[in-house]
Design a protein around this ligand. Structure first.
Ligand code: SF4
Length: 206
C-alpha cells in the first residue's frame, strides 16, 4: 500500500518580514483553517476553501523557502507559521522541521485552541510562540470567538510547565465592544500569576 503524502493548504506566503516575528528576517507561511471565528479576524480568507492558493508538501515548501536561506542565516531568522491556525497542521510542521536547515528558527503564531497532542508534537522544533490569548475571561472569549477557551489555558499552562516561559509572548488585545480596560488588566494579572513573563498589550481595530 502506498503511504499518503502529507500536504497542507496555504492562504499565503509572505517573504522578507523584519521585526514582526522576533529576531531576524522571516517568511510567514499562513495555513488555511481556524477553529475560531473572531469578530475582527484580519485573515478571514482562512475560513473560505475557495481562498486556498496553494497545497504543498513539506519538501515543496522547503524548496520555496530556500530562496531566503542566506538572509535567514545572516540575521538569525527563519520561518513563522501562522494562518489561520498552524497547529491544525502540526504533523506537517513536524515533517517540515525534520528536513529544514537546522539553523532556521521556527516561530508559531497560534491561538492554542487545539488538542494538546498537536502542541506536544511540534514542541521540540519551535523557537518562539506568539500566542493570541484574546481575553482570559471565558464569557468574553466565547462571545468574541464563538468557542470556549478551556483548552487554551490548559495548553498555555502545559507550555509554561515545560520551562518555556522565555520563549513565549502572549498577546493581550483590547477588543472594542468586547472587553474593557479592567478586563485586560485582569487578563494580564492572571497570566503573570501563572508564569507568563512576556506580554504584548495592543488594540484590535474593527
Ligand atoms: S484566531 Fe486568528 S485566524 Fe482564527 S479567527 Fe481569530 S483572528 Fe482569525
Amino acid at each position: 500500500m502506498m503511504s499518503e503524502v502529507l500536504t497542507a493548504p496555504l492562504i499565503g506566503i509572505s517573504r522578507h518580514r523584519l521585526a514582526t516575528d522576533g529576531k531576524g528576517v522571516t517568511t510567514l507561511v499562513a495555513f488555511h483553517g481556524c477553529p475560531l471565528r473572531c469578530k475582527y479576524c484580519l485573515n478571514d480568507q482562512c475560513h473560505d476553501t475557495e481562498k486556498i492558493f496553494r497545497v504543498v508538501t513539506p519538501s515543496q515548501l522547503l524548496d520555496e523557502l530556500m530562496i531566503d536561506n542566506l538572509y535567514f542565516l545572516a540575521t538569525g531568522g527563519g520561518v513563522c507559521f501562522g494562518g489561520g491556525e498552524p497547529l491544525l497542521y502540526s504533523d506537517f510542521i513536524q515533517e517540515f522541521c525534520k528536513i529544514k536547515v537546522p539553523e532556521w528558527k521556527v516561530t508559531l503564531e497560534t491561538s492554542l485552541n487545539v488538542p494538546l497532542q498537536q502542541l506536544v508534537r511540534i514542541k521540540p522544533y519551535v523557537t518562539q510562540y506568539i500566542i493570541d490569548i484574546k481575553d482570559v475571561n471565558s464569557d468574553i472569549y466565547q462571545s468574541y470567538t464563538g468557542v470556549n477557551n478551556v483548552i487554551v489555558l490548559d495548553n498555555l499552562q502545559w507550555l509554561l510547565s515545560e520551562g518555556l516561559s522565555e520563549h513565549i509572548v502572549v498577546r493581550v488585545p483590547h477588543i472594542p465592544d468586547y472587553n474593557t480596560e479592567e478586563d485586560v488588566a485582569r487578563s494580564k494579572s492572571i497570566l503573570t500569576e501563572i508564569g507568563v513573563v512576556h506580554l504584548d498589550e495592543f488594540a484590535y481595530k474593527r
